[in-house]
Design a protein around this ligand. Structure first.
Ligand SMILES: Nc1nc2c(c(=O)[nH]1)N[C@H]1C(S)=C(S)[C@@H](COP(=O)(O)O)O[C@H]1N2
Ligand SMILES: [Mo]
Length: 318
């Protein structure tokens, strides 16, 4: 395991090369050549990277009171089956994701379908930082400072029609390079979906980064969905296609186990998973022996999103 830790945090993977070279040059001048060789990626680098990886980053006070999970923890314990099963495989195999060129195709019930390159997503939409709680259906959780674009601002550019009642999301499909996709663990590619009012809710984020840096591969680079009031599996990673559709789209996990993973997957402590309770959660970074935290309705976003589900039987539409 220790063998994998060193390459995993190679600075060249998380900082544009030119920036890193510039900083190393600065450190060399400031500290002297011998000292600089031993300088690891310092904590203070996060701020330096913030200014450079996302120029013009809009800081919001969303989640300002939350204490983020340590970056090293959130980026080394992942679910990303395309990169392998188990929590450590995604970080170990992240280099197998080919991040450029990368484009997202937007199609279906809209007036202006098209394809947009990742660099245009980064360059043409103001990127915001927002701190959200993140809750996996497996009953672990984290607090993450994401960077991204409100999905509704992104979707508006493609002019959805009144027939667009749902939005379907598709992740990368590249079995030649992604080891998990060479086995039928899941039906590939990974697909997810939201109702149009969920997709255009102001909290729904098209994330391009976390912790002030571009998303690491294991967390869904270069662009993923983040729906903070739903179980983590709704937040599809490494998106290549977004489609406006009229009918409720199929989703990977509900195809596999419809009675365990529904379409809505709203975080709800009073609806247990058939095989475990959802009342409490383990916060990543606190250790296996730490006491579990109570899980909040809609993951703590009840005020913002409860209206989306008014009148629905939440035990049936799980
Ligand atoms: N394409 C794809 N997206 C995915 C997954 C996956 O395996 N493949 N796993 C999901 C699950 S179960 C969770 S909990 C989150 C994990 O995101 P994280 O690794 O950034 O914490 O990603 C979700 N998105
Ligand atoms: Mo999950």
């Amino acid at each position: 395991m220790a063998r994998h830790r060193v390459p995993r945090i190679r600075s060249s993977e998380i900082t544009p090369q030119a920036v890193w070279e510039g900083r190393r040059e600065f450190l060399r001048l400031a500290l002297g050549a011998t000292a600089a060789l031993a300088v690891p990626v310092a904590a203070g680098d996060v701020d330096a990277t913030l200014a450079t990886a996302f120029p013009g980053l809009v800081r919001t006070d969303l989640g300002a009171g939350l204490k983020p999970t340590a970056r090293e923890v959130f980026t080394s314990y992942n679910n990303f089956v395309e990169l392998g099963s188990g929590k450590e495989a995604p970080a170990e195999n992240a280099h197998l994701l080919r991040l450029r060129p990368w484009a997202v195709r937007v199609d279906g019930e809209c007036e202006a379908p098209g394809e947009i390159g990742i660099d245009d997503i980064l360059g043409r939409f103001p990127q915001e930082e927002r701190i959200y709680r993140f809750r996996c259906v497996e009953a672990w959780s984290a607090v993450v400072p994401w960077v991204g674009v409100p999905l509704r601002d992104f979707l508006a550019r493609f002019k959805p029609t009144s027939k667009a009642r749902y939005v379907a999301f598709q992740s990368v499909h590249d079995p030649k390079n992604l080891p998990g996709q060479r086995r039928p663990v899941l039906a590939w590619p990974y697909v997810e979906g939201l109702r149009i009012d969920e997709a255009t809710h102001p909290l729904t984020l098209l994330a391009t980064g976390c912790y002030g840096r571009p998303l690491p591969g294991q967390n869904g680079a270069p662009v993923r969905l983040v729906v903070p009031w739903k179980y983590g599996f709704k937040s599809a990673k490494s998106l290549v296609r977004i489609s406006f559709v009229e009918q409720m789209p199929q989703t990977t996990w509900s195809k596999l186990q419809p009675d365990e993973y529904g379409f809505y997957a709203n975080v709800n402590p009073s609806v247990d998973h058939p095989r475990w309770s959802q009342k409490r959660e383990r916060r990543l970074g606190e250790g296996l022996l730490a006491s579990r935290h109570p899980t909040a309705m809609y993951n703590g976003y009840e005020t913002e999103v409860a209206g989306l589900y008014a009148g629905m039987d939440l035990a049936r539409h799980y």
